[in-house]
Design a protein around this ligand. Structure first.
Ligand code: ADP
Ligand code: MG
Length: 485
């Protein structure tokens, strides 16, 4: 029997963080911090007689995203009315785009666990306005129109994604690009970035796609991964017992960790799209596109390639360091201060991320931690010039820098942590430890090579962790060999 394969297409809604809404001067506000319905105007409320005006900044942000996703930007795009009746949309229709979207035929490259990469094609990206937010309570539903009319870019992928892991890599790459561009914070918990996953399964020898379902309300990438895995298994089970998969809109119940059916789609939704009569066609001159393209920042893929080629980083480290623009900048500041790139990469992805993690700080907030890039460069230069060894830097200095905000140099001086490189002093310690541990010495001489690590550890302890490990490693075997009769 042939294997089942998962097929996924993602629809991504990204709010574009402009100052005002898509079609009116009404301000865009933080949905969590602002009281409901504080940022509304006649247009967001769909009052009769109001007329929309296109927010050019939103169009420009949309084009930035389109270009960053390697899309074609057609010379004309056009808004269309998408008709549906639901309380989150007081007008009775949403202004969206239909057959003339802002961007088409793009792609995103994703890197997979095994080191390979894959191209996920993007069908289209179109502009629309966000809807209001409904909160269901016992006595009914509450509606908040602060979000109504916020510029929204919908990015639709081809069904090129074939596993939950690929969906995760795609989602993270897209989020990273949006954050690099500075047009979207990527905050899924606030709904600023939202993913919907279309999922179907197929057999290796199927010649056509099978029926798909659509999972909505995914409030984190982790939940999206779990929901896709769960849904693919559910569909396979249905087919295996001779059932069919019915088109449906699904949700992910985080508490129960399972898929819930929101509604079955008996027939395709009928939105009766037609060109928005209150808005002109948007003409996008080639000059405008070129200007926007020239203003784009260096994006994660290009930066990653440069870190590999110019700085000799491993593809893995380069990927970790470029996922967030702030991390890439932090790393680059340290390299600019003259620190070896690989040493800097190891320290950021290892020790620094560990300390940040222990303090509950996200990687993207690296610019705000108590240890600035120049502070860490100071610590690493002490390692590079041999003032302290890596273990002292890691175990004693880094934590103190975090807690006290002091420079590495003053911590090393105040606590007398400078490395002992004095040959005579190290030799004396080696001799002392060898005399005190004759049992270990005898085991080494009897052929148990591994014992040398235990002896090394005792010597480092004798030197209170400050001995230059390279000197100890050189002297110790010599001394031991000379003890053979
Ligand atoms: P609609 O216009 O009804 O939303 P589309 O064909 O535009 O449908 O597809 C919407 C999304 O569903 C796209 O992201 C697409 O990649 C994805 N998709 C289409 N067919 C499948 C399938 N068989 N399995 C999984 N995803 C699919
Ligand atoms: Mg759709």
């Amino acid at each position: 029997m042939s294997q089942w394969r998962t097929v996924i297409g993602l629809e991504v809604h990204a709010e574009l963080e402009t100052e005002s809404k898509m079609f009116s001067p009404c301000p865009v506000v933080d949905s969590v911090m602002t009281e409901p319905n504080a940022a509304v105007d006649p247009l967001s409320l769909g009052m009769p007689g109001t007329l929309p005006v296109i927010n050019v900044q939103a169009i420009e942000y949309g084009i930035m995203v389109g270009l960053a996703l390697n899309c074609e930007i057609p010379p004309i795009n056009q808004f269309a009315r998408k008709n549906y009746f639901y309380p989150d949309l007081p007008k009775g229709y949403q202004i969206s785009q239909y057959d003339r979207p802002l961007a088409i035929n793009g792609f995103v490259n994703i890197e997979l666990e095994d080191g390979s990469s894959k191209r996920i094609h993007i069908r289209r990206a179109h502009m629309e306005e966000d809807t209001g937010k409904l909160t269901h309570v016992l006595s009914g539903s509450l509606v908040d129109y602060n979000r109504a009319g916020v510029p929204l870019l919908e990015i639709v992928s081809e069904p090129d994604i074939t596993s939950a892991a690929e969906a995760e890599a795609y989602a993270r790459k897209l989020r990273s690009i949006l954050r690099y561009l500075g047009v979207n914070s990527g905050d899924m918990s606030k709904g600023i970035l939202r993913f919907e996953a279309n999922v179907s399964v197929m057999r290796e020898n199927d010649t056509a796609y099978r029926e798909r379902t659509e999972i909505k309300n995914l409030n984190s990438i982790r939940n999206m991964v779990k929901a896709i895995e769960y849904e693919a298994q559910r569909q396979i089970r249905l087919y295996q017992r001779g059932d069919t998969v019915k088109p449906a809109t699904l949700g992910w119940d985080e508490a129960a960790q399972k898929i819930t059916v929101q509604r079955y789609k008996e027939r395709a939704d009928e939105y009766r799209y037609f060109p928005e009569p209150d808005l002109p066609i948007v003409e996008v001159s080639r000059e405008w596109v070129r200007d926007i393209e020239a203003s784009l920042p260096e994006l994660p893929d290009a930066l990653r390639r440069r870190f590999i080629q110019e700085l000799g980083l491993s593809p893995y480290d380069a990927g970790v360091l470029t996922a967030e623009r702030s991390v890439a900048e932090y790393f680059q500041d340290i390299v600019a201060a003259g620190i070896d790139a690989k040493l800097a990469a190891n320290w950021i992805t290892g020790e620094l991320f560990r300390v940040m993690n222990a303090n509950g700080i996200e990687r993207e907030d690296i610019a705000d931690i108590p240890i600035s890039a120049s502070d860490l460069a100071g610590l690493l230069s002490l390692v590079e010039n041999g003032t302290i060894n890596q273990s002292t830097a890691r175990k004693q200095v880094l934590g103190d820098m975090w807690d006290s905000g002091k420079a590495a140099e003053s911590i090393v001086e105040e606590q007398g942590l400078a490395q002992i490189s004095d040959l005579a002093l190290i030799e004396a310690s080696v001799d002392k430890v060898l005399r005190a541990n004759d049992d270990l010495v005898q085991r080494f001489l009897a052929g148990n090579d591994k014992v040398i690590n235990a002896i090394f550890g005792r010597i480092m302890a004798e030197l209170r962790g400050k001995g230059d490990p390279s000197i100890v490693r050189r002297i110790l075997p010599e001394k031991l060999e000379s003890m053979r009769e």
